[in-house]
Design a protein around this ligand. Structure first.
Ligand SMILES: [Zn+2]
Ligand SMILES: [Zn+2]
Ligand SMILES: [Zn+2]
Ligand SMILES: [Zn+2]
Length: 88
């Protein structure tokens, strides 16, 4: 019985990740509410970055006219003043 054989190893090198809370928080919505993404930053900690971003790519705020998701391709675009969220 070789205990060593029970250990499975992957060849994927896992970089240490920045685990800071994402920058996309307390985004003001037109209806008076606020949106905060609950994700934490997924950028490797050895990469210099000034915005912490989770792994989500698309905007995850709902459309301001209906309940569908905003179709914007930039998850962080709600951080810009005056951005609108529309499902397209
Ligand atoms: Zn970060
Ligand atoms: Zn996010
Ligand atoms: Zn949006
Ligand atoms: Zn809509």
């Amino acid at each position: 019985m070789h205990l060593r054989s029970l250990i499975t190893r992957t060849n994927i090198c896992v970089l240490p990740q920045c685990t800071h809370a994402e920058s996309l928080s307390s985004v003001k919505l037109l209806d008076g509410g606020e949106y905060s993404c609950t994700g934490s930053c997924r950028i490797p900690s050895d990469v210099v970055h000034d915005r912490h971003e989770c792994e989500t790519r698309l905007c995850s705020i709902t459309c301001q006219l209906c309940k569908r998701l905003c179709s914007h391709q930039d998850h962080m675009h709600g951080l810009e003043d005056g951005e609108s969220h529309l499902c397209g």
